[in-house]
Structure formats: C-alpha cells, structure tokens
Design a binder for this molecule. Structure first.
Ligand code: 4NP
Length: 152
C-alpha cells in the first residue's frame, strides 16, 4: 500500500484537486494506494475546498465536497511514502521541517513527474479567474496519470 500526500499552501485549491484526481486514477487502475492532502499554512484549516475548484472538479466527475483542509505536520513524514508539493514555496516549507535524508527524499514537486527535472510550479489559482482552475486541472491530470502509471 503506497501512501501519497499532496501539499499546497491553503489545502483548498490545488492539493484537494490533486488528491481527487489521483484517487480516481488509482481506483480505475486497481492500484493499492491511499491519497491525502494538506496545506503548509493553517489559514483554511477545517474548510471545504474552494467553490471554484469544486466546480472544476465536478466538471471532470470528481467530488471534493467531503474534504476538509488540514495543515502539514512533521508526522506526515512518517505516515506517507511520497510527498508531492505543488510549488517551490511549498517545497521549501516542507523541506525546512525534514529531520533527515529519509524525510527529504520523499518530497518532490508534482510537475517533476510530468516534466522531469523542470522544477515547475502548479500556479496558485486562488487570486485569479476561472481559466486558472482549468489550467490547474490539466497540469495535475497529466502529472497524476503519469504517476499512477508508475504504480501499476
Ligand atoms: P491552494 O490555494 O494553496 O492551492 O489551496 C490558496 C488558497 C488560499 C490562499 C492562497 C492559495 N490564501 O492566500 O488564502
């Protein structure tokens, strides 16, 4: 059973969608994996995903309404095998909490899966318009598809 954690800043836009997309793909491919998500900040703890992100997810048959934001903790290094961060700021914040090399090697940028070695960020859609949410879906769908294939 592989345990995967998706991490962004607020845990209300990018990482809940990444969780929902990957959950759908592992289910569809019959892969034994558990997926969760969280944020590096505590700003939205307890809140459901952003309404705009929920709408984008629904358009692709993915329901995020049961999810509630939580903050990343050091215990997550023990509880998960792989920690995908959405942007370089999340990467720095999570790595700053790593206790050793074993923790550090679990962390990677999500888009390094679809664009190896690119160190590209999934753009934060929170302060932008609707097109940003669609772009996030496209980037995450591609990366999650590639990652799910690597687990088959
Ligand atoms: P997320 O998006 O990190 O993809 O969940 C954000 C959500 C909230 C804020 C920033 C980004 N905020 O500034 O409150």
């Amino acid at each position: 059973m592989t345990k995967i954690l998706m991490v962004c800043l607020g845990n209300i836009c990018r990482s809940p969608l990444a969780q929902g997309i990957l959950e759908g793909k592992v289910e569809e491919k019959g892969i034994e994996a558990e997926v969760d998500s969280c944020g590096t900040s505590s700003w939205h703890v307890g809140e459901p995903p952003d309404e705009r992100m929920q709408q984008e997810a629904t358009a692709h048959g993915i329901n995020l309404s049961h999810m509630r934001a939580r903050q990343f903790t050091i215990d997550d290094f023990d509880d998960f095998d792989k920690i995908f961060v959405m942007d370089t700021s999340n990467y720095e914040n999570v790595l700053a909490l790593a206790r050793d090399e074993n923790d550090r090697q679990k962390v990677d940028l999500m888009l390094n899966v679809s664009l190896p070695g690119s160190h590209k960020s999934v753009p934060d859609p929170y302060f932008g318009g609707g097109a940003g949410f669609q772009k996030v879906y496209e980037l995450l769908d591609e990366a999650c598809e590639k990652f799910a294939q690597s687990l088959v």
